[in-house]
Design a protein around this ligand. Structure first.
Ligand SMILES: Nc1ncnc2c1ncn2[C@@H]1O[C@H](COP(=O)(O)OP(=O)(O)OP(=O)(O)O)[C@@H](O)[C@H]1O
Ligand SMILES: [Mg+2]
Length: 325
């Protein structure tokens, strides 16, 4: 499957990242084939795909830990074939945080600052500032073995932010975090990008996170890039049903795909409430109709019981757009 590049997003200065006819694997069969994409400076690309779709493999290839089977990776317009990871201007936060076991948290974060030329005192002050913003100042003197998974993830993030790279690579950086810390970390990532103009590639299997954080979303499945588009495009005009399902909840009504936020209770269509799911700020109703079961999202707490007859309205359907392939 080959997806054309987005020419509208590929203009201007040298792209922060480009992949050209990239084929990646781990020895035998390719994991990803025919990958072409371009990320302008300062933009965020989300890699969205199910487990095993190749998100980590692609990040490792950009960072220099996986050698492409064919094709090329360009950073800042330069083909980085054969350039070792430490000489690529990328800051990485990997799924396994890969912290140095013998360094304290403060020294871990100060290390890239010292390598960039800061004196010991300045590096430690700047590192302490980053720890404070990520709410881990109290851990400064600890070593990785004394940290929880979520704490390790924030230390790895602080170390990557300290490098001030041209491209950040994030591999599910919020996977071990509770809802509050997830917001802290996502805000910090957004803030750093705003300040430094660095681009970011952000791998996740969480569609909500991908659509919220990214300028561009690359949906990976079936051994390649299924769709590359803005969050609005992949959500409202997915190329196929699989992309529709990967980019958010969807139900099938009358042969068409429907997002829960495009239907509402009240209106001319009739249905029976099959299930009620309280979600905190909203309630999801699964409605049974003669033409299929539809998930409808309604603000506020539950107002109907299973078995109730309700009216509902459908404002919009998902438009499959296979022509953008
Ligand atoms: N070192 C390796 N050797 C052989 N196969 C590998 C290796 N690393 C990954 N794979 C395989 O490559 C495929 C893609 O793996 P990858 O880790 O890139 O997926 P992912 O999208 O990051 O998944 P997840 O969401 O679970 O992290 C999988 O089928 C995986 O089993
Ligand atoms: Mg992964």
């Amino acid at each position: 499957m080959r997806v054309p590049e987005r020419p509208d997003l590929a203009t201007g200065p040298a792209p922060a990242l480009a992949c050209r006819d990239l084929v990646l694997g781990h020895g035998s069969a390719p994991v990803l084939s025919g990958l072409n994409l371009t990320l302008p400076p300062g933009r965020t690309l989300a890699l969205l795909g199910p487990s095993g779709s190749g998100k980590t493999t692609l990040l490792h290839a950009i960072a220099g830990f996986v050698t492409p089977m064919s094709g090329s990776v360009l950073l800042g317009g330069r083909d980085v074939h054969g350039v070792p990871p430490e000489r690529r201007a990328v800051g990485v936060v990997f799924q396994s945080c890969a912290l140095w076991p013998h360094l304290t948290v403060l020294d871990t974060v100060a290390y890239p600052l010292r390598r960039a030329g800061a004196s010991g005192g300045v590096a430690r002050d700047q590192a302490a500032e980053l720890l404070s913003r990520l709410k881990i100042s109290s851990l400064a003197a600890r070593k990785p073995a004394e940290l929880s998974g979520g704490e390790q993830q924030r230390v790895a993030l602080a170390r990557a932010l300290a490098r001030r790279p041209d491209v950040f690579l994030f591999d599910e950086p919020t996977a071990h975090l509770d809802a509050h810390l997830r917001t802290v970390v996502l805000d910090e990532i957004a803030r750093q990008r705003g300040e430094g103009g660095a681009a970011a590639v952000y791998a996740t299997h969480d569609a909500t996170e991908a659509l919220a954080i990214a300028d561009l979303v690359a949906v990976l499945h079936g051994g390649g890039l299924a769709q590359l588009g803005t969050p609005e495009e992949v959500y409202a005009a997915p190329v196929d049903e699989q992309v529709a399902r990967l980019t958010g909840p969807v139900s099938v009504f009358d042969g068409a795909l429907v997002r829960p936020d495009w239907a509402c209770l009240g209106g001319p269509l009739t249905a029976t409430v099959a299930e009620v799911r309280f979600r905190g700020p909203h309630t999801d109703y699964l409605l049974s109709t003669p033409r299929g079961c539809v998930l409808v999202r309604s603000a506020g707490p539950p107002e109907h019981e299973p078995g109730a007859s309700v009216g509902w309205t459908l404002s919009r359907r998902v438009t499959l757009s296979p022509e953008v392939r």
